[in-house]
Design a protein around this ligand. Structure first.
Ligand code: FAD
Length: 231
């Protein structure tokens, strides 16, 4: 197996659930990728794990990933113990969970937890890089408000791009939370969803299946659904 190499540059603890890790490419120095793709990182001699690229594709000299630290396992420990300047081995970018730019349909992006990672990269690509003007809606299911991060960045996107709507959904919201509450399916049930849209869904296995069934029941055609799971 031939690995690519990147140097661990920076880490930002966004909250107690999510940490952003930044890597600078070492070999090669540039890595073109499409929003929605993932890299597979070597954790040990017999373990490699997939991680979505969180950063925008217009930054091709490095990449960022978002780690869900609430998961306990070897890989999460690997990242926690990584020292600055150390070099990681990886392969990729991989995956066909990427925007179909040949379609004129509006876009509905749905993620839960760390599943927002490829969707955030897609939003950057669609709005900042390609300046796409069609309607784009992002639903992001979280457990509680403490898990929400980059609130200013989301606000900037909403203000800068009138075609972009953002719906964070809290499963365990405090009474003062005025936006969507419950799980992401509850939120989809409340909002009027255009069944002719293209759907990009990144969740755990079980939620992905439920969202798929909800979409199909509401007249969405199977080929408009693109689903990738992180569990
Ligand atoms: C295509 C793909 C992309 C992925 N991208 C990301 C990413 O961007 N960021 C990220 O943190 N993880 C991502 N994952 C999950 C990641 O590959 C690891 O499984 C995760 O970091 C846990 O690894 P571990 O070795 O520590 O524990 P493991 O032994 O692999 O996992 C422990 C258990 O937790 C489950 N699990 C893993 N992640 C979650 C989660 N977020 N919520 C609930 N259960 C979970 C696993 O299915 C397993 O049952 C992705 C997985 C896939 C398949």
């Amino acid at each position: 197996m031939t690995y690519l190499q990147a140097t661990f540059e920076d880490k930002l603890e966004l909250n107690s659930s999510f940490t952003k890790y930044s890597f600078e490419l070492k070999n090669p120095h540039y890595l073109p990728f499409k929003a929605g793709q993932f890299v597979k990182i070597k954790i040990s001699d017999n373990l490699e794990q997939e991680y979505f690229i969180f950063s925008s594709p217009d930054i091709d000299h490095g990449f960022e990933i978002l780690i869900d630290q609430t998961v306990t396992g070897l890989s999460v420990d690997f990242f926690t113990n990584l020292s600055f300047g150390s070099v990681i081995d990886f392969t990729g970018p991989s995956g066909d969970f990427v925007i179909d730019y040949d379609s004129d349909a509006e876009l509905i992006l749905i993620g839960t937890g760390v599943g927002v990672s490829p969707l955030y990269s897609m939003v950057q690509e669609l709005l900042q890089v390609k300046r796409i003007e069609k309607k784009i809606t992002l639903f992001w299911g979280l457990d509680n408000l403490d898990q929400l991060f980059m609130t200013e960045d989301w606000q900037d996107l909403i203000e800068s791009f009138p075609n972009f709507s953002f719906h964070p959904v809290m499963a365990n919201a405090l009474p003062e939370w005025s936006l969507c509450r419950g799980n992401v399916l509850d939120c989809l049930n409340v909002h009027e969803i255009n069944a002719d849209s293209d759907f990009y869904i990144c969740t755990d296995n079980e939620t992905g299946e439920k969202i798929k069934n909800l979409c199909l029941t509401n007249g969405v055609k199977e080929d408009q659904l693109r689903i990738i799971n992180y569990t």
